[in-house]
Design a protein around this ligand. Structure first.
Ligand code: ACO
Length: 314
């Protein structure tokens, strides 16, 4: 069997899942020394969703994405689950999700922290180029399980959720016009979690580096796509802190109004945040055919990733 001809891919559908349990800033203020106003001013977060398992949230989001795509699930060739909070050390949580969905396909976890979904999307395009037809890309997290609920500098940020996308091989050029992935391992100690430990973070260092990493990654993808920031119709950024997004947009010269934001009600859901914000924009009818959509994330590692999609009208 010979290698197939290189091929493009298009995004067919999205699905999301958030836990029912809402934790407000006032709820947190009962446990740690903080206030609703401080959290909103410094992060933009008003509430977050907490609960469930990574596989459970990923399964629900995937079911919705498959349903919306109208495809036969048995035609899915690969499941890529981006997560930094797997249910077990072994096996990959992707295998649990595969079993839950009754799929017979390849399945693997991918850990690039909050850049994970964008890394997964780019990896899916690579697999499609090598001959796969349909791929399910999921970002799912239960960060609440690795959050220290007595540490006010981190517990106000992290939360749970999932988003999924069905990607399909296409005869034409496909949606992806530019992409970029990076990592700076020298900064690994700015955000880490030991086995059986809780997240430990240097917030200020991450803030500074995140703004630069998002700008750098976005510019790489734009250059590959032969576009400028002015050509971008919608930015779907990782939702870590509204001030990080504002600062990155300012450096890129893209108006903040062009971003899709969910952080006020979801908090930071790491790998899930980009698909959650992308789906939010779709539900709000903010994306039209042929729009240039910039996905951009950064996270522990410190990783960063971006992708420019020419929207195909789904
Ligand atoms: N409530 C009230 N006061 C607080 C809180 C809180 N929840 N947390 C910290 N403070 C205090 C600090 O103790 C400090 O007090 P001091 O001046 O007396 O020492 C003061 O507020 C200012 O603290 P800073 O850390 O300077 O506050 P800052 O404006 O930087 O905001 C924050 C902190 C929100 C954590 C910010 O640095 C941030 O968002 N950083 C990025 C974090 C991030 O994105 N992490 C995720 C990475 S992605 C991934 O992979 C998951």
């Amino acid at each position: 069997m010979s290698l197939p001809q290189p091929s493009g891919a298009r995004l067919l559908s999205l699905g999301t899942s958030l836990p029912d349990n809402v934790v407000t800033n006032d709820d947190l203020a009962e446990r740690v020394d903080t206030t609703h106003d401080w959290i909103v001013d410094r992060t933009g977060i008003q509430e977050r969703r907490i609960g469930g398992t990574t596989s459970g949230l990923a399964t629900d989001a995937s079911r919705q994405a498959i349903e919306r795509s109208g495809i036969d699930p048995s035609t899915i060739d690969l499941l890529i689950l981006a997560t930094t909070s797997p249910d077990r050390r072994v096996p990959a949580t992707a295998s649990t999700v595969q079993e839950n969905l009754g799929l017979s396909c390849g399945a693997m976890d991918l850990n690039a922290a909050c850049s994970g979904f964008v890394y997964g999307l780019i990896a899916a395009h690579g697999f499609i180029n090598l001959g796969h037809r349909r791929i399910l890309v999921v970002g799912a997290e239960t960060l609440s399980r690795i959050t220290n609920w007595d540490d006010r500098s981190t517990c106000i940020l992290f939360a749970d959720g999932a988003g999924a996308a069905v990607i399909e091989r296409t005869d034409g050029e496909g949606d992806l016009k530019g992409w970029h992935v990076a990592s700076n391992g020298a900064l690994e100690d700015t955000l880490f979690c030991e086995f059986d430990g809780k997240l430990i973070m240097s917030g200020g260092a991450i803030f500074k580096n995140a703004v630069l990493a998002m700008e750098r990654s976005a510019l790489h993808s734009l250059e590959m796509a032969d576009l400028t920031p002015d050509d971008i119709d919608l930015v779907v950024p990782h939702q870590a802190n509204v001030r990080i997004v504002e600062a990155s947009c300012k450096r890129l010269g893209i108006p903040f109004e062009k971003t899709s934001m969910t952080i006020h009600r979801t908090g930071n859901t790491s790998s899930a945040s980009v698909p959650l914000a992308l789906d939010h924009a779709l539900q709000e009818n903010r994306i039209s055919k042929d729009d240039n959509v910039l996905l951009v994330g950064f996270g522990a590692g410190m990783t960063s990733a971006s992708a420019v999609l020419k929207w195909n009208g789904v």
